[in-house]
Design a protein around this ligand. Structure first.
Ligand SMILES: [Zn+2]
Length: 437
């Protein structure tokens, strides 16, 4: 059922791929962190254009867009009383700046966003809110949805109740002493307040201090600056198909990263997996359909790249779209949403991936951050789910660095994406196969 040439391309990627590691290593080493809208992200775009051209892709280009930028400054947190000591903190993206002198206030603790929401304003006004939670590691990373609420919703609610500032237990699953950052957006009309994440050991320390029953005073300094308008962009490259009239298959990741680590698992590996698979198809010959690679800009701070792509290309036909943005550990499930008329193709995709240990999931779901708006508008898509068991140990921390990439699991990703492209791109006309005719 699965053509032998598809299995051969898949198995060669699994055994031999070097493209994905080469891109991941190069981007994290030669550029490093790639905070959206900054000079670092601009260097990443220049690096990417040079790299994609050197790999032989066609139509390499950048589509730029403007966006507001938030840049981290100096930051610290300390318990002033009853037990003076420093805590490890990181400002959350779009936090208000405390200025250099910081803020001081009594800590009021909640074990969930709902508990904060239910509290009377008088319990919160003029204080520093702390929100705890119990996120646990799991394969599908589903805890991030629920337990990310302290970061996503907490700052707005705290501000509405008159809080001076807010710190949350890092949205993560490790016990390293690095804090997990991430974006926040204050609801319209809500005054931004200083907002940070404590490392998980420090959040647990704060809980123990609070349990002693004395009034706890914290001093918080989270400095940052805002630039109203800066430039970001999406980097695009293609493997031209034999029939340019057909809708392209799009594979994607995001080029920007948070500023603390070097963005290896989030998301250098993702852009690398997408491009490596396209390169392996190109090496084998010419696909029927064009393969379009998109390395989105400014995902972390609000999906600006995905929204710009939607604005420019949302009406263009796409045969299928997929995005890699969950680290580099092995793929364990394939979901797709190709439509009822393409059920056989979806089954074939599952069969092509099964030898990699990948289970076939839903025929009516696909996911991806930057491509989310496109998927929501009805564009067909595929979701290759990666093992997220250790993803939230490193996600958005200083520990997101190259050493967290397991080369063997990275190759399994490339093998799966190569097999997916082999199925979706409509067949490859290889020089060898042509010669046989
Ligand atoms: Zn990401």
């Amino acid at each position: 059922m699965v053509a032998p040439w598809i299995g051969a391309l898949r198995d060669d990627a699994l055994a031999n791929d070097r493209y994905a590691y080469d891109i991941t290593e190069g981007l994290t080493t030669e550029v490093g962190q790639r905070m959206a809208g900054t000079a670092a992200e601009a260097r990443a775009r220049a690096w990417s254009v040079a790299k994609l051209n050197a790999m032989g892709f066609a139509n390499v280009r950048v589509e730029t867009f403007d966006m507001p930028v938030w840049v981290r400054g100096r930051e610290s947190a300390e318990i002033v009383s009853p037990f003076p000591q420093q805590l490890v903190v990181a400002a959350l993206g779009n936090s208000a700046s405390t200025g250099p002198s910081g803020i001081s206030g009594e800590v009021v603790a909640f074990d969930s966003v709902d508990a904060l929401r239910a509290a009377p304003d008088s319990a919160v006004r003029g204080k520093i809110v702390f929100i705890d939670h119990r996120m646990m590691a799991n394969q599908d990373g589903s805890g991030y949805g629920q337990f990310g609420a302290p970061r996503r919703a907490g700052p707005t609610i705290a501000s509405q109740k008159g809080a001076l500032g807010i710190v949350v237990r890092s949205i993560g699953t490790d016990h390293h002493r690095g804090a997990h950052t991430g974006v926040i957006s204050f609801a319209d009309g809500v005054r931004p307040i200083p907002a940070g994440a404590l490392s998980i050991p420090d959040a647990e320390q704060l809980v123990r201090i609070l349990r002693r029953g004395q009034k706890v005073t914290m001093r918080l300094r989270l400095e940052s600056i805002r630039i109203a308008n800066a430039q970001s962009g999406n980097v695009i490259a293609e493997v031209p198909g034999r029939d340019p009239s057909l809708a392209p298959v799009m594979v994607a990741g995001h080029l920007d990263s948070w500023d603390q680590g070097t963005g290896a698992i989030d998301d250098a590996s993702g852009v690398a997996i997408a491009a490596a698979a396209a390169k392996r198809i190109m090496d084998a010959g010419r696909p029927l359909r064009t393969i379009r690679i998109v390395w989105f800009g400014a995902e972390e701070v609000g999906l600006f790249g995905g929204l710009d792509y939607l604005k420019r290309h949302g009406k263009d036909p796409h045969y299928a779209i997929a995005e890699s943005d969950f680290g580099a550990d092995r793929i364990w499930k394939v979901n797709s949403k190709l439509g009822a008329a393409r059920r056989e193709e979806a089954r074939l995709l599952g069969a092509a991936l099964a030898p990699l240990g990948i289970v076939t999931g839903s025929f009516d779901e696909a996911e991806g951050s930057d491509i989310g708006p496109l998927l929501a508008s009805g564009v067909p898509g595929v979701g290759l789910s990666q093992d997220g068991t250790r993803y939230f140990d490193y996600h958005h921390t200083p520990d997101d660095t190259l050493d967290k990439i397991d080369p063997a699991q990275l190759r399994q990703n490339v093998a799966a994406w190569t097999a997916m492209l082999a199925v979706l791109s409509g067949g490859i006309e290889a020089p060898r196969r042509r010669a046989k005719r």
